[in-house]
Ligand binder design. Structure first.
Ligand code: 1BN
Ligand code: ZN
Length: 398
């Protein structure tokens, strides 16, 4: 997929090729040039058949008893029992349903202007799947993020679009690509392509972030508690010498942030010139899935309508959110947040009942397709009935 990306968008501030890796790569290039004089770069789009295999979350997005979404639809103020309950929901889901995913907790604490001298705990959760043969510092990771905390006030605020639904979407993405990743990496092993240094190693991680919301009023210090601590920590956590990337920040190939999704008829602009190509990829998948009648919502226009935006049309301003500490350190960002915000934004009306579930389901499918395409899973996704069988079998074995 990255082959389609312009060079100026492919850079990472901490990308470094060791001499040994460079030598290995050159040997491979010479062998390749000799054996494939007419090699043509392939374009990694998902086929229509693969798009049809992107599953719907269906009953798992039921707001009353759905396995993914319902447990998140409670107040989740950092440091409270509600917050701990959703953390357990996320961890249990990955432990029980997706055991191949590595789980990382990133804990920090801070005072807030609402809580005086008390230290409030913030816990980011990172769920990661890398090629099994790859060293951690050699993997470029598509990073999908959403925040799970809710506002301190008004008391009882649920934040269904902000950001319970985006968290549930990301859980659905993870389970929908899991078997495809296994199949792809097994096929690479069988073909002797595992770790041959010809292509970059590609992984995926899902970040569920804490402490995004301001406790009193949005300022540089009263907001983004979890993401600020995480970006800072990762910047100063070096990978082993001679790794492809110098630290986990440099290994983020693209940071896709979902926020305020789940209301009917969203309009999501393209915010950044340097990742407009990635926006176009997601928009194109949306368009194709609509044409193939794979989406359920009754949208009169695309969720992502700005594929044709000219470079001169990009404004300087952007919405502050969890991407800011990462963007400030050179990470490329795709911010999937509607403009205007949902009408229920930061009100007691941001409830489960005001979600448009077909829209939630469509976003989950669009982001799954984007991730599957990025991870080169064409031809690797199981047929939908088979996928359900796998999940049922896994459950009965527990
Ligand atoms: C998004 C969801 N945000 C908060 N909840 C970020 C934001 C920051 C929105 C400042 C508006 C202004
Ligand atoms: Zn909010």
């Amino acid at each position: 997929m990255l082959r389609q990306q312009p060079l100026w968008a492919a850079g990472s501030s901490s990308l470094s090729l060791s001499a040994a890796r460079l030598a290995r790569l050159l040997v491979h290039l010479v062998v390749l040039a000799a054996s494939m004089p007419f090699a043509v770069a392939t374009y990694g789009t998902l086929s229509d058949e693969s798009l049809a295999r992107i599953p719907t979350a269906g009953a798992d997005f039921d707001i009353h008893n759905g396995k993914l979404l319902a447990p998140i639809l409670i107040p989740r103020v950092p440091g409270t029992p509600g917050s701990r309950a959703v953390q357990q929901h996320f961890v249990r889901f990955f432990q029980e349903q997706l055991p191949a995913w590595e789980i990382e907790w990133h804990n920090s604490s801070a005072k807030t202007p609402a809580t005086g001298d008390q230290l409030i705990p913030f816990a980011n959760l990172i769920f990661r799947r890398d090629p099994p043969w790859a060293a951690p510092g050699d993997v470029a990771r598509l990073t999908l993020a959403a925040h799970y905390d809710t506002l301190y006030q008004p008391e009882g605020f649920i934040g269904a679009t902000d950001s319970a639904a985006p968290c549930a979407m990301l859980m659905h993405v993870a389970r929908s690509i899991d078997a495809g990743l296994t199949a792809k990496w097994e096929a690479m092993k069988a073909a002797g392509e595992a770790g041959n240094g010809l292509e970059e190693e590609r992984g995926v991680q899902i970040m569920l972030l804490d402490g995004e919301e301001a406790w009193v009023k949005w300022t540089a210090t009263d907001s983004l508690y979890g993401s600020r601590a995480l970006a800072e920590a990762w910047e100063s956590t070096p990978y082993a010498p001679l790794s492809t990337f110098s630290n986990p920040l440099g290994s983020i190939s693209l940071f896709v942030l979902l926020d305020l999704l789940g209301a009917r008829s969203p309009n999501v602009p393209s915010y950044f010139q340097t990742t407009h190509w990635a926006y176009q990829r997601m928009a194109s998948l949306e368009k194709r899935m609509r044409k193939l009648r794979l989406l359920a919502s009754e949208a009169t226009k695309q969720f992502l309508p700005e594929s044709g935006k000219a470079m001169s049309q990009f404004a300087r301003g952007f919405v502050e959110d969890d991407h800011v500490p990462f963007m400030a350190r050179g990470v490329e960002i795709l911010h999937v947040i509607p403009h205007p915000f949902p009408s229920v934004w930061h009100t007691m009306a941001d409830t489960a009942g005001n979600l448009d579930i077909p829209t939630v389901d469509d976003w989950a499918k669009i982001v799954t397709a984007f991730t599957a395409e990025w991870m080169d899973l064409d031809g690797m996704l199981p047929s939908i009935p088979a996928q359900h069988e796998v999940r049922e079998t896994a459950k009965t074995e527990l």
